[in-house]
Design a protein around this ligand. Sequence first.
Ligand code: HAM
Length: 414
Amino acid sequence: MAAKFKAPRGTFDVLPSDSQARARVYVAAAMAFERAGYGRIETPVFEETELFARGVGESTDIVQKEMFTFEDQGGRSLTLRPEATASICRAYAEHGMHKLPQPVKLWCWGPFFRHERPQSGRYRQFHQIDSEVIGTDSPLADAESIILLSDLLSELGVPGVRLRLGSLGSHESRKAYRDDLRAYLRQHEASLSEDVRSRIDSNPLRAFDSDHEGTQGVMEDAPTMLDHLDAADAEHFEAVKRAVSDAGVEYQLDGTLVRGLDYYTRTVFEFTSDALGAQSALGGGGRYDGLVAELGGPETPAVGWAAGIERILLALGETEDEPSLDAFIVAPESQRDRALGLATEARRAGACVDLDLAGRSEKGQMKQADRTGAKRAVILAEDGSAKIRDMATGEERPLDTSDVAAEIQRERGK
Ligand code: HAM
């Protein structure tokens, strides 16, 4: 029968067969953050629309075209979060975290929503690991953030990873650069895409991100922010590069890296993988020294990044789930209640045990034991005796059912 309902376009179900690889990414991230002194934060999946409009920036694609925005019953405009940074800065200000010892290091993991054109590696609901270090302008915080993501990707074994690193300067030095860039873009207006032309005033830097051929040609010779850094920005950037290099993390300098969100100042970076297609960005981030204040909090420098879980999994390729069942209990009709009792006892003792709940014959249960990938079958007989069978070798031996849990645990340790 054809399914009546399907997951909405650009979304997907995480099925049990996908979940082990995801869990591995989660555990590796959680441990990496724990080792580096981060605390986990969870913010709501929707926020006031204004938070993202102000935080991410009115002239960005995200705010202009990609937000899932709706009105609630009270007439308030709410938006499914397209990213985490604005929410985390809101939480930092709302909970007075500036009164805590600084910096405050936070991380989160969860679903995010952008109304983009779906394709491989690009979804309307996707998942990010997000890292934020709030309350320091030290270049070491930028470097630490970059190193953490680099080490996480290599620990996971993501192939073909490259890091691009740039600096957008402070808001002040960028103003002067923006004027230069605007003048340059106006000189070449005829070759630019409609979209870029319409944003020369509001967001000239976005021209670097354009996939329009004419625009790309123009941007090859465009002035870049890296040549316009003032002394303090240049010194900050040098210190970031030095600390990243000292940790053995390789990077390519990239003066055209502008990122799709407006809040960045100074350091910006992006990790890509050669194993991915057009959507090659595994993760990216940078410093955002003005965002907390922009959202009504105190002046607070900060730096962070987010990485796409699905992109990481795509780059890793197909992985076979390891079967995790220690034993599957096979029982004749008369022993079914006892089978559940034994399974419960063994589970309470920490073993992974399953049993038939579909009324299969004993032969059917053996087949099922095989299908689940269980390492052993515990086979109960009508007379109450039992044996344990190694599913790989077929070897069997009698089992003392007075303590099945301990037996399974003992087998497990082998
Ligand atoms: P972002 O570059 O917009 O940054 O997103 C980070 C990562 O999320 C991307 O590199 C990509 O792996 C993944 N991603 C984004 N959109 C999609 C999509 N439609 N489908 C699948 N994956 C996607 C941020 O979100 C910033 N908040 C990062 C940050 C944190 N900057 C400072 N702190």
